[in-house]
Design a protein around this ligand. Structure first.
Ligand code: MLC
Ligand code: AMP
Length: 501
């Protein structure tokens, strides 16, 4: 880490300050537009002054739900300069889900796409939250910033908050993981070094930017190394193929790699020049890892992370990248397994770890051991060479295409549907998404909703990625003698619903 608590603005100084005159390209857009580092620093500085005009002061939260765009990324950088706390939200969240975040984050400003302002104002007004358009209208933040002066970076040390990222919980309520300037910087710097990023690199950026992976890992590593990124709205294989010749690296969730493998147009020659492919956010199946090596001659670097901790471990850049493992702890990260068995709960300590959950001391206390290690809820073991293997989860969680879905949250909504007696939500192997969200429901005789009723009832309640891909009606849920639903039996029984035929 290059910054100490005394620096005026820890992230600005490390990631942006030296680049205010750099003509190197930071972002290339699909239409060919290039945005240099100097443009980026200037535009973010201008947007920071518009945030100040809107009443945002250092430490204030700004809640953001907007489509991926260069303006959205500028807003993140503007928030660093303004000293505010960036709180990005999944664009799939429904109005019902947003009301909770607005209340919990207690933001000075909610920023969204122009088309959503009116709808969000309805939720925001009773909470006293102001809503502004990011782009698309004359008065939007992006437009107003084109004529604004550049704001000076607000003083922020490594312990000050830079962001809050909401992550669902096993009780169904989302918690805001607080991330400091120091958390984000330490991770960006160690990853850039670990993965050997330099100013010669060109990253294919096709991930969403409301989560750790696309926002912090991809963007901050690019900034830390002075690399360039090709900034695409989403994963689109046609676009990936179009830009592959200009790129040197790709970061993705495992679904990126299964989709690349199932596209016959992508050849070994097409990717021969690539420096590195990196995967994370969900387990990369050994079969995918080995299939990728066999077909393209590239060993994917699999890494492991979490919203609360940023990145924890990675397979080595130099040295064996072992399928089915997530490698070694990153520099500065202390990793251990709980208990005395070969398999234990993964716990860690380090400059990357959240100071806790926003306004939720109880959850914060529950998430750390007495000696200050963060409890991930993942189960791991070390192989003979010291590589960490994630072998299971202590938490009831489904990871679908890299998005976390907490079954409890889905079950609570399903149980409210008329005619449903009870439900159990679980993950089943899915060829594209890794795991598919699956619901087993017990229904009232004579008043039974069918699968399409359940899906329709959830449409405006839960973001699409949380909605079950399959709903199965069962006579009763399997329970153990303590009355606990045995999801493992459901997982076994329906193991092939997405793979057979
Ligand atoms: C889209 N859909 C999903 C979904 N993504 N459903 C379940 N799970 C998902 N992940 C829905 C769409 O709404 C659509 O619904 C249907 O599925 C098909 O959509 P698609 O067009 O095929 O989806 P696509 O846009 O291609 O998105 C798939 C994806 C995307 C995998 C590319 O989800 C993605 O970019 N995921 C990355 C998530 C991520 O960044 N995770 C990092 C979290 S950070 P319908 O009904 O309209 O057809 C973290 C820490 C760490 O975990 O370690 O990094
Ligand atoms: P999130 O809360 O969305 O940040 O998701 C974090 C969780 O994703 C971790 O606790 C793990 O369960 C999972 N995860 C991330 N990377 C990997 C990986 N490489 N292999 C297996 N699971 C992973």
């Amino acid at each position: 880490m290059t910054n100490k608590n005394t620096t005026p603005n820890a992230m600005f100084d490390a990631l942006l300050a030296g680049k205010s005159t750099s003509t190197a390209v930071f972002m290339k857009l699909p239409d060919g537009t290039e945005i240099t580092y100097a443009d980026t620093v200037a535009r973010a500085g201008q947007m920071a002054s518009v945030l100040a005009d809107e009443g945002v002061t250092p430490g204030d939260r700004i809640l953001v739900q907007a489509q991926k765009s260069p303006d959205m990324l500028m807003l993140y950088l503007a928030s660093i300069i303004a000293g505010s706390v960036f709180v990005p939200l999944n664009t799939g969240y429904t109005a019902a889900e947003l009301a909770y975040f607005m209340e919990d984050a207690d933001p000075a400003l909610m920023i969204c796409d122009a088309g959503n302002v009116a709808a969000l104002e309805e939720i925001a007004a009773p909470l006293g939250v102001k809503v502004a358009a990011l782009n698309g209208t004359d008065g939007s933040l992006a437009n107003a910033s084109t004529s604004a002066a550049q704001a000076a970076p607000a003083p922020r040390g490594i312990d000050d908050l830079a962001a809050i990222l909401y992550t669902s919980g096993t009780t169904g309520r989302s918690k805001g993981a607080m991330l400091t300037h120091g958390n984000l910087l330490s991770n960006a710097e160690s990853l850039a070094e670990d993965w050997r990023f330099t100013s010669d690199d060109v990253l294919l950026h096709a991930l969403p930017i409301f989560h750790t992976h696309g926002l912090f890992v991809a963007t901050n590593v690019t900034l830390a190394a002075g690399s360039k990124m090709i900034f695409m709205p989403k994963l689109d294989l046609d676009e990936l193929i179009r830009f592959m010749p200009e790129a040197t690296c790709l970061m993705g969730v495992p679904t990126f790699y299964t989709r690349i493998l199932s596209d016959e147009r992508i050849t070994k020659e097409m990717v021969a020049h690539m420096r590195v492919f990196i995967s994370g956010s969900a387990p990369l199946l050994e079969e995918t890892h080995k299939g990728f090596t066999a077909r393209f001659g590239h060993n994917i670097v699999e890494r492991y992370g979490m919203t609360e901790t940023n990145m924890i471990a990675s397979n080595p850049y130099d040295g064996a990248r072992k399928p089915g493992t997530v490698g070694f702890a990153l520099p500065g990260v202390e990793l251990r397994l709980s208990g005395d068995e070969a398999v234990g709960g993964i716990e860690l300590k380090g400059p990357n770890v959240t100071p806790g959950y926003w306004r939720n001391q109880e959850k914060t206390d529950e998430s750390f051991t007495e000696d200050g290690f963060f409890i991930t809820g993942d189960l791991g073991s070390f192989d003979d060479d010291g590589y960490l293997c994630i072998v299971g989860r202590q938490k009831d969680l489904v990871i679908s295409g890299g998005y976390n879905v907490y079954p409890k949250e889905v079950e609570l909504e399903i149980d409210m549907i008329p005619g449903v007696v009870e439900s159990a939500v679980f993950g089943v192997a899915h060829p594209d998404l890794g795991e598919g969200v699956t619901a087993a429901i017990v229904v009232e005789p004579g008043n039974a909703p069918d699968t399409s009723d359940v899906k329709a009832a959830l449409a405006d309640k839960l973001a699409k990625f949380k909605q079950p891909k399959a709903v199965i009606t069962v006579d009763e849920l399997p329970r153990n003698t303590m009355g606990k639903v045995q999801k493992n039996l459901l997982r076994d029984e329906y193991a092939e619903i997405y793979t057979k035929g």
